[in-house]
Structure formats: structure tokens, C-alpha cells
Ligand binder design. Structure first.
Ligand code: AMP
Ligand code: ZN
Ligand code: ZN
Length: 441
């Protein structure tokens, strides 16, 4: 077994040992775009062609609508998505992992691991062993492969002779063989929607040996509008309608291809109102520095902020006592003593102390500018109410149309994807196929 794992690791390393190469657009003479849009540059990780076996496997496109709450389709009734949902096998809701933030959960979806096991425990954290801060806005940190643990679905596919592609997904740019799609694009918050549609179609029109069998695609707009205007707002409805049109165009184009394509529509978390009246001032204890604000705050030794990772935190027990004194709507913990259902007991990167606010309540450290008064937010425990829950809709040859299944945890999405693609999982993960199997034909 160990020898096999070593062989696998070596094979993967050999696959992606060379630097990624910038690719001009793959020639696709048969493509007849509906719109002529300039495409963004795709980067190719050198990986072998699809094996003869892989070429016989189905296709899966997983699309994420960031922050799309489980009840938005019922609430807003977008024209295309309402039809799509009716044709899909769906979960009543997809429970995110804690914290219900973007990076931790997108990476759970593509690894089957809780954030503490894939390593990206927050959108922003200090890592004392690497002596480095990770932040989603820091391109260099996001690309540093040392932060990521586990084997992504792209790495799993590559190891079994199958090509994959990613049009924006947290961790897809990591410099790590375990996180290398065959094709990917660097994140562009303002990237054109129709260019995404066109690129996905072009990938699926590549010759069978080059064509990616697993593809993912990401849209941030539903999260952004949810923060700015709040769930239930007319503006969020407008945004959903815009994305609805993009998805309709994409799915029409895909349906016109003669391929067995499964479309999985997911989100990383939901959204809930974060009212002014539910703000809790949090005084950072002396000798500590904090990251995060709102649903959760992480506390580290103050010297980390200056890049000095040798210090340990002063008297954590006293700091905890101070933080929890008269706490009515939050609780601070050493991560290893946090409630088991949060699955953060091994999340050393969350800091010496992590403070967890009650659903809807926002912790505000004095030193930080709070993400100013945004009416919507997420990050709270998925176990308190359902507002943090996202969506899972699966449409295509693998899924039972019109089937509804109870809420499940998002760690189980990865084994489902692997099963549909015919990939074997031989390493240890947190998710299981069992809870999702009923969705499949
Ligand atoms: P948050 O709401 O703070 O959990 O994060 C949402 C934000 O993550 C979005 O508005 C995007 O700007 C950002 N984001 C999503 N995917 C990526 C990515 N692959 N690289 C960098 N930033 C991303
Ligand atoms: Zn998100
Ligand atoms: Zn967000």
C-alpha cells in the first residue's frame, strides 16, 4: 500500500514537474460561437492525454454560484434555474463546513476534506510553520502549494489518466501536483461571463484525447450582491436573473453537444442578515493580534503581525477568561477544545484562540474596520439554523430527474464526483459516497 502511494506520488510529481505553460487558445475549427467574445488566456499544466479508459468516462461540469442560499430558487423563481432544478436530483440543502466561508468550502468540495484537513481553515490565517500569512487577496500566497493538503479531484483525475479543467476555483492555481487541473485560468473577479461560456464549450469540443472530463466554473456575483443588499433584496434578485441568463446560454450550448454531460450546480454557503443591532465589540487581549471580523475572529501572538513567528501567545487561559467574560452571543475556544461538530479541533492555523459568534451576531474587534455595515454575511456555524446552507443540484445522465434528498454535508460531494467519473479513491478522506448515492440513477 505504501509503495503504491509512493508510486502514485511520483507519477503525479512527474506529470506536473514542468512549469505550467501559457496556452494560446486550443484550435477548435468546429466551434461556432454564438457571440464573438475575446477569451481569456488559459494556462495548461503538462499532463498526458486522456487514457483510452478515461475517454470512455462521462463528463462532469461543476458550477459554483458563490453564496447561493438553499432557498433562493423558491424565493426568487429565476426562469431558467427553476426549470433546471425540476430536471435535477437535488438536496434540500448542502451543509457547508465550518467556517462557512468561500475558500474553506470550495476546497472542501474538491477534496472531500474538512477545512482543518485540507489546510485552508479560513479565507485569511497565519501559518507559523511556514512563517507566512495566507489570504485570498494575496496572489502569491494563494499560489503557494505548501498551504494545501489532500488530493483534489483534479489531482485524482490526473493520477488515473483523466484530464480536467477549472475556470476559476479556489486552490486551482496552487503550485502543487495534487491541485493541478490540466487547464486553468488565474482568478479575475471581473472576467466576462460569455467568455466563460465560450471557453467551457471549447474545452468540450477538444479532440477526445485532450478534452477535460471534469470541469469547474465559478461565479462570485450572488455572494457579492448578498453581502451588499442582503438576502431577500430586489437587487439580489436582479443579480440572480443575470446569472440565470448566463446559465441558460451555457446549458443550451452544452445540450447541443453530443456528450454525456452531468451538470452539478453547487454553492459554498448561504447568507443571512447581519443587523446593526447584533454587533458585539470584542477587545483583543494584550499580546494578541486578530484576523477576521463578524461571525468568527482568530487570535494569534501579536508578533505574527510583524512576521515574527517565534513567539507564543501570552497566558491563553487568562485571555480566554477575558474574552468569554459576560459573553452572551459568542464563545471563544482553544481550537482543540471547540465543539466537536465544528471539526476545528486540529485547526492549528485558526490561531491560539478562535471566537465563534452565534448565528446572525457579528464580533467587531476595535482595531479592525468592520466589513462596513454590509446587510448580509456568512461564516456562522452550519448547525445553527439553515441560513448558511447552500445548494446541490445534479442534472444529466447520472442523476435521477426530479428527485429530492435530505440535506447533506459538503464533504460528501467529492466522493460523488469521483464515482460518476469512474475514479477510485484510495486515500483517506472525510466524505463518503453513501449519503449522496440516492441522487444517482
Ligand atoms: P468571502 O465572501 O469573503 O468568503 O469571499 C468571496 C470572495 O472570494 C469573492 O467575492 C471573490 O472575489 C473571492 N474569490 C473567489 N474565488 C477566488 C479565487 N479563485 N481567487 C481569489 N479570490 C477568489
Ligand atoms: Zn462564498
Ligand atoms: Zn461572501
Amino acid at each position: 500500500m505504501q509503495f503504491k502511494q509512493l508510486l502514485f506520488a511520483l507519477a503525479l510529481a512527474a506529470l506536473v514537474a514542468c512549469q505550467p505553460i501559457e496556452q494560446t487558445q486550443p484550435p477548435a475549427p468546429s466551434v461556432k460561437p454564438l457571440l464573438s467574445v475575446p477569451l481569456a488566456k488559459v494556462i495548461e499544466n503538462p499532463q498526458p492525454d486522456n487514457s483510452a479508459w478515461a475517454q470512455q468516462q462521462p463528463y462532469v461540469l461543476m458550477i459554483s454560484l458563490d453564496g447561493f442560499r438553499w432557498d433562493y430558487v423558491d424565493m426568487y423563481k429565476p426562469k431558467f434555474l427553476s426549470r433546471f432544478v425540476a430536471e435535477s436530483a437535488r438536496l434540500e440543502g448542502l451543509r457547508p463546513s465550518y467556517p462557512s466561508k468561500t475558500f474553506p468550502n470550495h476546497i472542501t468540495l474538491v477534496t472531500g476534506l474538512y477545512p482543518q484537513n485540507h489546510g485552508i481553515v479560513a479565507n485569511d490565517f497565519y501559518e507559523s510553520e511556514l512563517q507566512k500569512r495566507y489570504r485570498l487577496k494575496d496572489r502569491e500566497a494563494v499560489r503557494d502549494g505548501r498551504f494545501y493538503k489532500g488530493l483534489s479531484i483534479w489531482g485524482l483525475a490526473a493520477g488515473q489518466g483523466m484530464r480536467s479543467a477549472s475556470y476559476f476555483w479556489p486552490s486551482s492555481e496552487a503550485n502543487s501536483p495534487a491541485f493541478a487541473p490540466s487547464y486553468y485560468l488565474p482568478y479575475d473577479h471581473h472576467g466576462d461571463h460569455m467568455a466563460r461560456v465560450e471557453q467551457i464549450v471549447r474545452w468540450l469540443e477538444l479532440p477526445p484525447a485532450k478534452r477535460p472530463h471534469f470541469i469547474n466554473l465559478y461565479f462570485h456575483e450572488t455572494d457579492t450582491a448578498g453581502h451588499h443588499y442582503g438576502p431577500g433584496s430586489a437587487e439580489l434578485g436582479e443579480t440572480i436573473n443575470q446569472i440565470d441568463k448566463v446559465l441558460e446560454t451555457l446549458v443550451r450550448r452544452l445540450d447541443a453537444l453530443d456528450l454525456a454531460i452531468n451538470i452539478v450546480l453547487v454553492s459554498d454557503h448561504g447568507m443571512t442578515p447581519a443587523p446593526e443591532a447584533k454587533r458585539i465589540p470584542l477587545v483583543v487581549p494584550a499580546g494578541y493580534t486578530s484576523l477576521g471580523n463578524g461571525p468568527n475572529v482568530q487570535l494569534y501572538p501579536a508578533a505574527y503581525k510583524q512576521g515574527d513567528y517565534r513567539q507564543s501567545a501570552p497566558d491563553p487561559e487568562q485571555a480566554l477568561a477575558q474574552l468569554n467574560q459576560a459573553a452572551e452571543h459568542h464563545r471563544c475556544y482553544r481550537p482543540e477544545q471547540a465543539p466537536a461538530p465544528l471539526h476545528i479541533d486540529k485547526a492549528r492555523r485558526l490561531g491560539t484562540i478562535v471566537c465563534v459568534a452565534e448565528a446572525g451576531w457579528s464580533l467587531m474587534t476595535r482595531s479592525k474596520k468592520y466589513r462596513a455595515l454590509s446587510p448580509g454575511n456568512h461564516g456562522w456555524s452550519p448547525l445553527e439554523g439553515q441560513d448558511m446552507h447552500g445548494i446541490f443540484y445534479g442534472r444529466g445522465p447520472a442523476f435521477k430527474p426530479g428527485f429530492v434528498h435530505p440535506r447533506q454535508d459538503n464533504i460528501h460531494v467529492y466522493p460523488l464526483l469521483a464515482h460518476i467519473l469512474g475514479l477510485n479513491i484510495e486515500h483517506s478522506i472525510d466524505g463518503r459516497l453513501g449519503p449522496m448515492k440516492a441522487l444517482l440513477k
